[in-house]
Design a protein around this ligand. Structure first.
Ligand code: HAM
Length: 419
């Protein structure tokens, strides 16, 4: 027996109301903030992610699905969306449009992660990117949009974690200070942190191992090493967020797992579960487009995991609207009636009435049971006698009252009764 590959899930009809609910909210928020949709391929040149997300990150080194196609091209299933948006921005000359260009996406994302609740090997992300402006007012708007999106979903028990990790001018000093600090604690570090210390010391700050947490808590803070421009940017951003009344927590250990970030980084975390089930995160990436071969272009964005959002909707007890189902069931008795119901179902659908008909030769009793199970309000019954007289029996499924209606008036009567 085949099963869905480990770390992937089927999204069955009973889960679909959550997806529809989120789709509607995200389409609305994107419209409110002026974002247009972009879709991109599910796989890209593997080099795109090595250069953007960065070699030495878990996402690229341990989690990326990389493969050679039959033409010998080295490709990767996308492990995130930002790099693809930047690739498209450069490839299609979007810098010629008024800036910032604001794009959003909903996409499958593939990471060879250790599967657990809210962590999958194929998950789905809603993300948005504002490309072409470095103003901290844009950071505030991007963060506000994320916050308002979660509020609109009914997710209120969240916290906004904020940090600045500086730019290429000031970060080297900070990294040196961090290495200096950690070199005094090497013996106390977990094996992962030990091996990262030389390559990517920032990542030691978000190690989840309890033994490393106290060491990370006391580590030097990036915000103490910001150059004047970065410090100004960060204080302006905090001022704007305060103006917006948006609650945020400064978190000097927030560094994010992708290498392209500069200055602002942020995460939206559930108050109780914290970083383990972060629902969304993002930040500025002012050097990324240039690093991918484009002109120097500042940018900022956010992505949220759809499965994590659903997990939190359930934890918050948010009730989502169910999806409408057909309310009319067409029951058919005998072969002549089948010809009639096939035509009738199609005619009713053409005038906008949602209809289910039962294939096969089931008894009336079993067809009525089926109509009941699917929650039909009305059942139209057609047998030999109805075919001969050009009529149909209309049964109200709640009261079990029945009336005979001429076929030519059926659509009109149904419209009135199911309204
Ligand atoms: P990320 O934090 O790696 O950021 O992923 C964004 C969100 O995707 C996470 O906050 C989490 O909700 C969800 N997520 C990540 N991995 C998994 C997984 N294995 N299973 C389920 N959900 C997961 C990015 O990908 C950046 N591109 C965000 C960004 C946009 N930065 C700037 N613009």
């Amino acid at each position: 027996m085949y099963q869905a590959p480990r770390g992937t899930v089927d999204i069955l009809p009973e889960e679909q109301p959550y997806w529809r609910y989120i789709d509607e909210k995200l389409a609305r928020i994107c419209q409110l903030y002026g974002y247009e949709r972009i879709d991109f391929p599910a796989f890209e040149d593997a080099g795109l992610f090595r250069r953007s997300v960065g070699e030495g990150t878990d996402v690229v080194d341990k989690e990326m699905y990389t493969f050679a196609d039959r033409g010998g091209n080295l490709l990767a299933l996308i492990p995130e969306g930002t790099a693809s948006v930047c690739r498209a921005y450069i490839e299609h000359g979007l810098r010629n449009l008024p800036q910032p260009v604001k794009l959003y996406y909903v996409t499958s994302v593939f990471r060879y992660d250790r599967p657990q609740a809210g962590r999958y090997r194929q998950h789905h992300q809603f993300g948005y990117e504002a490309i072409g402006d470095g103003d901290p007012a844009l950071d505030a708007e991007v963060i506000d949009m994320g916050w308002q999106f979660f509020q609109s979903l009914g997710l209120t028990r969240l916290s906004m974690q904020l940090n600045s990790i500086g730019c290429k001018a000031c970060r080297p000093d900070y990294l040196a200070a961090l290495k200096g600090y950690y070199s005094g604690h090497v013996d106390e570090l977990c094996p992962d942190c030990k091996s990262r210390l030389g390559r990517n010391p920032l990542r030691l700050l978000d190690c989840k191992k309890p033994s490393c947490q106290a060491i990370a808590d006391a580590a030097p803070k990036s915000t103490d090493y910001l150059c004047a421009d970065c410090a100004n940017h960060f204080s302006q951003l905090q001022r704007y967020l305060s103006l917006l009344g948006l609650p945020f927590t400064l978190n000097h250990r927030l560094v994010r797992g992708l290498d392209y970030y500069t200055r602002t980084v942020f995460e939206i975390q559930p108050e109780l579960e914290g970083a383990q089930s972060t629902v969304g995160g993002g930040g500025r990436y002012d050097d990324l487009i240039e690093g991918l071969g484009g002109k120097s272009t500042p940018a900022i964005g956010l992505a949220a995991g759809m499965e994590r959002i659903i997990l939190n909707l359930k934890r918050h007890g948010v009730v989502v609207p169910s999806l409408p189902k057909p309310r009319v069931f067409l029951a058919c008795l005998g072969a002549p009636a089948r010809d009639e119901t096939i035509k009738l179902a199609s005619q009713l659908r053409r005038v906008g009435i949602e209809v289910i008909q039962s294939p096969g030769n089931k008894s009336l009793k079993s067809q009525l049971r089926q109509a009941d199970a699917m929650g039909a309000h009305q059942t139209v019954i057609i047998g030999d006698r109805e075919v001969e007289t050009g009529t149909a029996i209309l049964r109200d499924m709640t009261s079990a009252e029945q009336q005979t209606v001429p076929i030519i008036r059926l659509a009109e009567v149904l419209c009135q009764t199911i309204k």
